[in-house]
Ligand binder design. Sequence first.
Ligand SMILES: Cc1cc2nc3c(=O)[nH]c(=O)nc-3n(C[C@H](O)[C@H](O)[C@H](O)COP(=O)(O)O)c2cc1C
Length: 169
Amino acid sequence: MEVLDCIRSRRSVRNFSCGRPLTDEELDVILQAGAMAPSAKGLRPWEFVAVLNRDLLAALSELSPYAGHVRSAGAAIVVCARTGEGGRPISDFWQQDCAAAIENMLLQAEAISLGGCWCGLYPRSERVEACRRLLGIDSLPMSILALGRPAKALPPRSVPVQAKIRILR
Ligand SMILES: Cc1cc2nc3c(=O)[nH]c(=O)nc-3n(C[C@H](O)[C@H](O)[C@H](O)COP(=O)(O)O)c2cc1C
């Protein structure tokens, strides 16, 4: 699939067909896409927690009022910033780095006919802390990526691209 076709056809998928778990191969290729994203100073300051367990998926879906669809996903990847001294993320560019990794994973999912939806946790501290407790992690959970087989195909969005661009020559 051409990159721009993949970008065009990607939509946020919130309806998954019956929670079939992702295969190891599907999960692996999506995680690889995330891990290969660019990052400031090449620090790759993220940690990806892949969740296939249905009870944990249900618990993740309750961390935010906007994450209900995680319950029926085939897997979720919680994208976290690795933390160091004082519990702070190891890079001050961590949000940009994690966002690049998430987009890579969403596009890779699209390229293998899976759907995904980005669910924000950070900067809502109550969601971040609840997620940390649930997963038993020290790192800082930024977002949940819900993944699965789309229940129905969504049409590409029509976005007025020109209105958002200025070219200075
Ligand atoms: C930082 C961020 C946080 C988001 N959080 C949520 C969320 O909590 N729940 C949700 O259903 N969608 C969430 N989304 C998905 C957006 O709602 C979605 O990308 C937007 O409506 C555009 O739709 P599209 O992805 O189909 O083009 C989030 C997207 C981003 C970039």
